[in-house]
Write a protein that binds this ligand. Structure first.
Ligand SMILES: [Zn+2]
Length: 515
């Protein structure tokens, strides 16, 4: 018998409507999928589409329950249903499905979450035009109210009582970054202090499966603008900080490649340790101490997990040794970026985001590589890029009125400190200006402290202006639409095979070679 693709499966003890059809399940790709295989898909699917936090248990019943008035399965008794063994082949359920067309054919035990996330008190939200500030609930000593240089982690920041910060959650779904097979990896460079790492951390936490349904302070947007269902909020986040990749001009090319591979394996191990319970069966106690990058990807694929890749400091390795820059770029391209590109092409990596510092007199890092140019979207000179990082004048005005009252000359003080001419000081709020967050916050902290003298801005680049960055190639039209393409299965398998072969060439530790 063929597998009944219309087989409908639900969860017991579930408050709202939830179902998955066999046709939606990845286990249909297997030779002879069983109810146990489907169960794994139910777990992943439910995580993706429902925020209730319930987990499917291991009890499954053959059901003829038909939903009438209520979509809830709370109170639906399973005592008259026949338990269904996990090794039952789906194809053996074909006649049951055919005989009960309108019913939920399988009901899986739904186990409510043991601990619900503690609801946070509501943050205070301040708005002015396009700007939003968030003040977290709770009191704190005045000087620690503002975000500081030490705040590079979004999750840590928003947990600090009384913390006041600019809300950039609107930009999680940056335009030009909707799911697209062609170019999909947005890149923004800005000087130090503009809040790149903090913003990357914000995106990562919003898309993180561990944080699903978590208490994100944002200005009341249910889903940030530009969110596509395809992107989801259930990614395993691979975070790469290329500042930790130590390339030396004394190394041979082979050694440089080796360092890149070790770096990726370290990144993979960190990722694995954070998400190991998403990469194992519930009753599998084989927790590994380390994994290679290729192994991480294999596990992700086995458990139908998708990855988001955040790359911080992507220009760092290029700073100190200009003479080795091209070699470093080539090696990082083929060992790191190309592998990420391939994994995206294969559908394992959903999306990513890349940030880094500007390199003086070097406008287009990695631009000798065609694939880097084709597969990334440069937001450095894009208007959206200007208001995503750093602080806009609206945001500075709002910060000033929030801290010092509506008559506050704070914006003017910022402009003055930024070294603007007299005529610019009175200019109306302009668009496309982005001030260094570190500088603005330093000034705000200094002004909050009555006795303190206001020092000069700590950075050399107090602001960037729309037009400061060399124009890249125009963004193609599809950047502005959100067309989701289906993954080409054949291509997916080919790329995975390539990744496997790549993995074969890597030196392995004795422990890893046992697997
Ligand atoms: Zn649910």
């Amino acid at each position: 018998m063929p597998i009944p693709r219309s087989l409908l499966c639900g969860l017991t003890n579930h408050e709202e409507y939830y179902s998955i059809r066999a046709a939606e399940a990845s286990c249909l790709e297997l030779d002879a999928p069983t109810v146990g295989d489907l169960l794994r898909d139910v777990a992943a699917h439910h995580q993706d589409f429902c925020g209730c936090g319930a987990q499917p248990g291991h009890n499954v019943w053959l059901s003829d329950w038909i939903m009438h008035d209520s979509a809830s399965t709370i109170g639906v008794s399973t005592s008259n249903f026949k338990p269904c063994a996990l090794d039952t082949r789906l194809e053996d359920l074909a006649s049951w499905v055919a005989a009960h067309l309108d019913a939920f054919h399988l009901l899986v035990e739904g186990i409510p979450p043991t601990e619900r996330p503690v609801p946070m008190p509501e943050p205070e939200i301040f708005r002015y035009r396009g700007a939003t500030l968030i003040r977290m609930p709770g009191t704190t000593q005045s000087l620690t109210v503002l975000t500081s240089d030490a705040d590079v982690d979004y999750e840590a920041t928003y947990k600090l009582p009384g913390r006041l910060f600019v809300d950039k959650s609107l930009f999680v779904g940056l335009h030009g970054t909707n799911y697209d097979k062609t170019a999909w990896l947005p890149v923004i460079r800005r000087p130090s202090g503009f809040g790149k790492t903090w913003f990357l951390s914000l995106i990562e936490r919003f898309l993180d499966i561990e944080q699903y349904g978590g208490p994100f302070p944002s200005a009341g947007f249910a889903l940030p603008v530009g969110f596509t269902p395809r992107l989801g909020r259930t990614n395993l986040v691979i975070h790469m900080d290329l500042e930790k990749l130590c390339l030396s001009p004394n190394m041979s090319e082979a050694e440089l490649r080796g360092v890149c591979r070790e770096f990726l394996d370290k990144v993979a191990t960190d990722t694995y340790l954070r998400y190991s319970h998403w990469l194992h069966d519930a009753d599998d106690d084989r927790r590994l101490e380390s994994v290679t990058f290729a192994h991480l990807i294999r596990l992700g694929r086995r458990y139908y997990r998708r990855f988001f890749v955040g790359v911080d400091n992507y220009t760092s390795p290029l700073f100190d040794h200009p003479a080795s820059r091209e070699l470093f770029e080539d090696v990082m391209m083929s060992e790191i970026f190309q592998r990420v590109f391939n994994l995206h092409e294969g559908g394992v990596v959903q999306r990513g985001f890349v940030v880094g510092r500007d390199i003086p007199d070097y406008p287009w890092p990695y631009d000798r590589s065609a694939s880097f140019n084709d597969l990334t979207v440069n937001l450095c000179d894009d208007f959206m890029g200007y208001i995503t990082l750093g602080m806009t004048e609206d945001e500075i005005y709002l910060l000033g009125t929030t801290l010092f009252g509506s008559e506050s000359p704070f914006l003017r003080q910022v402009r003055e400190k930024a070294g603007m001419s007299d005529s610019e000081l009175e200019a109306p709020t302009r668009t496309g200006m982005s001030y260094c967050t570190r500088d603005v916050m330093a000034l705000a902290r200094a002004l909050s402290e009555p006795s303190s003298r206001v020092a000069a801005f700590p950075t050399n680049i107090a602001y960037v202006k729309f037009g400061d960055y060399p124009r890249g190639p125009p963004l193609p039209d599809w950047c502005y639409s959100s067309v989701a393409e289906d993954i080409d299965e054949e291509e997916f398998l080919r790329l995975m095979e390539e990744e496997e072969q790549f993995a074969m060439c890597l030196p392995r530790s004795p422990r890893q070679s046992q697997q």
